[in-house]
Ligand binder design. Structure first.
Ligand code: ZN
Length: 323
């Protein structure tokens, strides 16, 4: 007879650590020699998988959230100060809201988290492979980008319509409309064919404006050609290359830009991180009145769930009343 492990130990998800020297979970900034083009490439393995696995979203929803996390990594890693970059979609689609945020603490590490709100009934009517537009993009939807630098500092918010066939389209529109920076990017999130774990990756290039007054016109044609070349090469990247665990980002950048020459800068490292804390949730509970608290109590306890990491915190009714 074979000894079977107790049931709960079988059902626990297996978290496989990144192998030593793994190049997953990093953002690599780069520049192409002799061009006014800067870029960033990102690859996420266990971080995307763990965030998506905390929830049990249907694959088409998980795929878009994975892309949103990847986009948040690209944008968040640009920050030169400690802060939080939040990307949020809102629409009347069957996925009314999606959030991904990136927090940097100035140590070169970005902490990522994210979640989606679903309307399960409506989602069920969309078939097996609903489109991006069908799920989150519709005429009334928008993507908001918020940059928060902490309590007393300015908060920046930019907004763009959720118009386009993919999140990459929406992000490209955002850069053109809000930042007037020509930007091309690709994002991808897919399950690994062998392990079934989620992986995501992305790459973006931006055409930087030259500062010198008077040179603009002379350089226009030359820089336009350079920009087109950089964009075409960027778009030649295959989805499999964005996700391939065996192809590190430097190899990928070399493949794309070795004819022109490519320089890389120090990477930002990415980890999964949530800011939920018992004290913070208790403070939220403190805002409810006695009747509401009584309604929330089940079996003598109140359970509060963190939407981001799906962790449940339990409080007694007395704790919730601040006693
Ligand atoms: Zn949490």
């Amino acid at each position: 007879m074979v000894d079977m492990p107790p049931e709960d130990s079988v059902q626990r998800p297996i978290v496989v650590p990144d192998p030593e020297g793994s190049r997953d979970n990093e953002v690599r900034p780069f520049a192409i020699e002799g061009m006014d083009v800067r870029g960033r490439a990102v690859r996420l393995g266990t971080v995307t998988d763990q965030i998506l696995s905390d929830h049990n979203y249907p694959d088409p929803v998980a795929r878009i959230l994975g892309e949103l996390l990847t986009l948040a990594s690209l944008l968040g890693s640009i920050l030169k100060f400690d802060g939080i970059v939040t990307l949020q979609t809102k629409s009347k689609g069957p996925v009314p809201m999606m959030v991904a945020d990136f927090e940097t603490g100035g140590d070169g590490t970005g902490r990522l988290r994210g979640y989606a709100q679903l309307d399960a009934k409506r989602l069920a009517t969309y078939g097996k492979n609903p489109s991006f537009e069908g799920l989150v993009g519709n005429k009334d939807g928008y993507l908001a980008l918020t940059i928060d630098q902490g309590a007393d500092m300015d908060r920046y918010q930019g907004i763009v319509d959720l118009a386009g066939a993919s999140l990459s389209d929406v992000a490209r529109n955002y850069f053109m409309s809000s930042e007037q920076t020509p930007t091309e990017l690709r994002l991808s999130c897919e399950r690994d064919a062998v392990t079934g774990n989620w992986r995501s990756g992305g790459i973006m290039v931006q055409h930087l404006a030259r500062g010198e007054v008077g040179q603009q016109r002379i350089l226009d044609r030359e820089t336009k050609e350079q920009w087109e070349r950089a964009s075409i090469l960027m778009h030649s990247v295959k989805e499999a290359e964005l996700l391939d665990p065996a192809l590190d980002l430097d190899q990928l950048l070399y493949r794309l830009y070795h004819e022109d020459g490519v320089r890389v800068f120090e990477s930002a490292h990415l980890v999964k991180g949530c800011r939920c804390e018992r004290e913070r949730l208790l403070a939220v509970l403190g805002q409810f009145g006695e009747d509401e608290i009584n309604e929330m109590v089940k079996d003598g306890k109140i359970g509060m769930n963190c939407q981001f990491c799906n962790k449940t915190f339990e409080f007694t009714a007395d704790e919730a009343r601040g006693q």
